[in-house]
Design a protein around this ligand. Structure first.
Ligand code: TRP
Ligand code: SF4
Length: 333
């Protein structure tokens, strides 16, 4: 019944609307992975609570929007269950069981623990739940005995931590039951934000996947260009211009040559140069937004997909939990 393909698990915290950085950096990667592996994609709402326990009112909406977006970009629930973490008691149970033998010192030295406390100073993150963040993530992964976890650079310590926990379990209970997961490093997105920095909501430099064509146009039109090109007659240098990074993602060779030559000779203006980028982004977004509208109009369809995803995922998670409990001496029959 259980397939022989290697498993991949990934999760994303439901935080507001996703942007082009997520699409190019993460979701397109998932689309490929779902062809090659048994993928499980989890909306990790408990993880959102670890930092937003005091303003959880929007979680339900954010979870729904995230599911809609995943579906709209082409995550196929027939291939890969998509599901909500908090609908999976197995994750919580495994988290608890793992917590019994996870040294506090391991949790306290995970870099994000102190980093995030520093960064989010206005929040009191000296909580039990926040300290346990990486262990909950570990449970998400180990519940499926996932071989691979596609994540960005910043998450590598969390996966290393999960490996250590899996090994400790195997050592303590004398069996090779839990697979120490490996990182599938997601190359950082070639698409920067509108200002050339990493695209991130907190930098206010994003193009959201649900930005409509006129918003996209406006955002690109007001995007900074090579600071040396003050007047139309000034020559520019694409390498110093964030618009060029967009051309590198979106434009064909002819267009890129046109940009390079035109910019360096002041043969084209920046407004002209941005035209093909606006067009390409809107063409990319149109079918995605069409599907988003479809799912937004059919919330029941989305709920059904999430429920089925949870049922499907649970088959695997329950199997793991049974084995784990057996190894720990907790099966009473
Ligand atoms: N910690 C991850 C992040 O901040 C989210 C996450 C939770 C996750 N559980 C996971 C990622 C399991 C991969 C696998 O992005
Ligand atoms: Fe940037 Fe294009 Fe203007 Fe050159 S012409 S500075 S690449 S927007």
């Amino acid at each position: 019944m259980l397939s022989k393909r290697e498993r991949v698990l990934s999760g994303m915290r439901p935080t507001g609307s996703l942007h082009l950085g997520h699409y190019h950096g993460v979701l397109k990667n998932w689309l490929q992975l779902q062809e090659q592996y048994d993928c499980y994609f989890c909306i990790v709402d408990w993880h959102a609570l670890t930092t937003h326990y005091d303003d959880s009112a929007s979680i339900a909406k954010d979870v729904f929007d995230m599911a809609v977006t995943w579906l709209a970009v082409g995550i196929d629930p027939q291939k890969s269950p998509i599901f909500i973490q908090s609908q999976m008691p197995e994750h919580a149970e495994l988290h608890l069981l793992l917590s019994m033998f996870t040294p506090l010192s391991w949790l306290m030295r995970v870099p994000t623990y102190k980093d995030q406390q520093e960064k989010l100073k206005e929040k009191d993150l000296a909580t039990y739940g926040f300290l346990g963040y990486p262990l909950l993530q570990t449970a998400d992964i180990l519940a499926y005995n996932a071989h691979f976890v596609p994540v960005g650079e910043d998450q590598v310590p969390h996966i290393e931590f999960a490996r250590e926990v899996a090994r400790r379990f195997n050592f303590l209970y004398q069996q090779e039951l839990l697979i120490p997961p490996q990182v599938l490093l997601t190359k950082t997105s070639k698409l920067p934000g509108l200002d050339g920095q990493k695209m991130s909501k907190s930098y206010h430099n994003t193009i959201a996947l649900n930005d409509n064509p006129s918003v996209v146009e406006k955002k690109i039109k007001t995007m900074p260009t090579d600071p040396a090109r003050i007047r139309r007659t000034d020559k520019g240098e694409p390498e110093r211009c964030p618009v060029w990074s967009f051309h590198k993602v979106y434009s064909d060779e002819d267009t890129k040559n046109w940009v390079q030559t035109g910019c360096r000779s002041a043969g084209i203006g920046c407004v002209e140069c941005k035209g093909p980028v606006i067009k390409a982004i809107n063409e990319e977004l149109a079918p995605i937004q069409e599907k988003m509208a479809h799912y937004h109009a059919k919330p029941d369809e989305v709920s059904a997909i999430l429920n089925e995803g949870a049922l499907e995922a649970r088959k695997t998670a329950q199997h793991t939990l049974y084995e784990v409990k057996k190894a720990m001496g907790l099966i009473y029959e």
